[in-house]
Design a protein around this ligand. Structure first.
Ligand SMILES: [Zn+2]
Length: 464
């Protein structure tokens, strides 16, 4: 054999020739955490999942009053439903857990184990005022860690990384990130969400080379350092992992952050009721890989008709999840409410799991003259007008309104003092019309009035 070249020989067409590691990473560890599982063939992945599902299905029938009833009401009788026929089972919506909780407090009748086996309880945001309960056994916590470790390792975080995390711990599942980072063996520096001063101190001091943050916060940081620092890219930060909202995958946002701070931006995503970290984007930056193999079974459905769709390149639909190994609170065909586009089913990094980007939340979608619009698309248009805009924007809708009659009211955040710029309003209105094909009514809102910078940005606000 000739030169001791890289181990990846094949090339996936259309991909930029980026490495399997982040630039500057010279370590010799495999860049895939669980190579056998993450590069398995579709047949092997299915076989692994099908075996787990068989056990899970029997358990649900015997131990979950919630699912036993759902299956009964769906007229299943006593027949076994295999993984290949999962679409014959009913979908589960988040709102159903509220009823489940009310019927059998404190955990709900979707609890599948003895209460004394519940070793961790998270409170997630419910669909209405009060929180939902998420109970985990020890094994459930371990399973989350396994999937989270694959996820963060896929982004390029390795043992030698030093990670500043602004993902909130508290009662929220995002705090589980720390278990995954501990498993990888990286250094972690936890900071509260939105604590800009501590983040800046840590980055300037060179304590961290990696930052975990929402896309909004990363964008805010880039905007702020662009103003205050002569050369913000001199800060010893090389990698930002965004999560909690779309944005890290939107070129207008990602490219700006990368350019200003001299970093690579990759994305992660999780779903509170399924797993806090379930998708991670590799350094090839072509969308987030599914990282739940063997523990979670994903399906794609058409969000209106609820018909199953093939997970294939270019498909757009809603992801639905089934927990194959979860003990305390398994979910079956749980609607994740994120509308995604499948970017591919192979990758130059050798992972065989599908890659995707989030287009937006199902609830955020609105319809203008028969065309579906996701507010995240507006960010891609607005981002091109930096530095006259900050990059944040939102749609104003009447409560519950899905079909919007143009002009669609859009608020665009601008630096303070720049709110009277009729030329910018015209340019934005024109660009939105050209690229997104609907008429809008743009209002410029100064930073001080737009609302809390630095955590998540709500893409839709309801006003009556
Ligand atoms: Zn990849």
């Amino acid at each position: 054999m000739g030169s001791p070249g890289p181990r990846f020989a094949h090339h996936v067409s259309g991909m930029e020739s980026k490495g399997n590691r982040l630039s500057g990473d010279a370590c010799d560890r495999d860049w895939i955490w669980e190579r056998e599982i993450e590069t398995a063939s579709a047949e092997d992945s299915f076989r692994l999942a099908a075996g787990a599902w068989e056990r899970q299905f029997r358990r649900l029938r015997e131990s979950s009053p919630f699912y036993a009833r759902k299956f009964r009401e769906a007229g299943l009788g006593s027949s076994f439903v295999g993984l290949a026929d999962l679409q014959n089972l009913p979908l589960t919506g988040k709102h159903e857990f509220k009823t489940a909780l009310e019927e059998d407090p404190p955990f709900g009748n979707n609890l599948c184990v003895e209460p004394n086996l519940v070793k961790r309880v998270y409170q997630t945001s419910g669909t209405t005022g009060s929180p939902n309960i998420l109970a985990l056994t020890r094994a459930d916590m371990e399973t989350w860690t396994v999937m989270g470790t694959r996820t963060y390792y896929a982004t390029g975080i390795h043992e030698h990384s030093s990670v500043l995390s602004t993902f909130g711990a508290g009662p929220f599942v995002a705090g589980h990130t720390h278990f995954a980072l501990l498993r990888i063996g990286s250094r972690t520096i936890p900071v509260a969400p939105g604590d800009t001063e501590r983040v800046l101190f840590s980055l300037r001091a060179g304590i961290a080379d990696t930052l975990l943050a929402t896309a909004s916060f990363a964008q805010y940081l880039a905007n702020r350092l662009e103003k205050t620092d002569e050369q913000p890219s001199q800060i010893p930060l090389t990698h930002i992992v965004t999560g909690g909202e779309p944005g890290g995958g939107i070129p207008a946002i990602r490219d700006h952050i990368e350019k200003v701070l001299g970093v690579t931006v990759t994305e992660v995503m999780g779903i509170g009721d399924v797993a806090p970290s379930l998708f991670g984007e590799c350094p090839h930056q072509q969308g987030m890989h599914f990282c739940g193999m063997g523990h979670v079974w994903p399906e794609l459905i058409e969000p209106e008709t609820l018909e199953p769709m093939e997970i294939e390149t270019g498909a757009v639909g809603e992801l639905v999840y089934t927990a194959l190994t979860r003990e305390a609170m398994p979910v079956v065909r749980f609607r994740g409410a994120d509308i995604v586009r499948i970017e591919g089913t192979s990758c130059a990094c050798e992972r065989t799991t599908f890659r995707m980007r989030v287009l937006g939340r199902r609830d955020d979608m609105f319809i203008v003259r028969g065309v579906n619009v996701y507010p995240a698309a507006i960010l891609s248009v607005v981002g091109d007008y930096r530095p006259r805009v900050t990059g944040r924007a939102r749609v104003v809708r009447q409560a519950g309104e899905v079909s919007v009659t143009p002009p669609v009211p859009i608020e665009v955040e601008v630096p303070d003092g720049r709110e009277s710029d009729p030329k910018l309003v015209d340019e934005l209105t024109e660009a939105i019309h050209t690229k997104l094909v609907f008429r809008s009514q743009v209002t410029l809102v100064p930073e001080t009035e737009f609302g809390e910078a630095g955590y998540k940005t709500k893409l839709t606000v309801s006003r009556s």
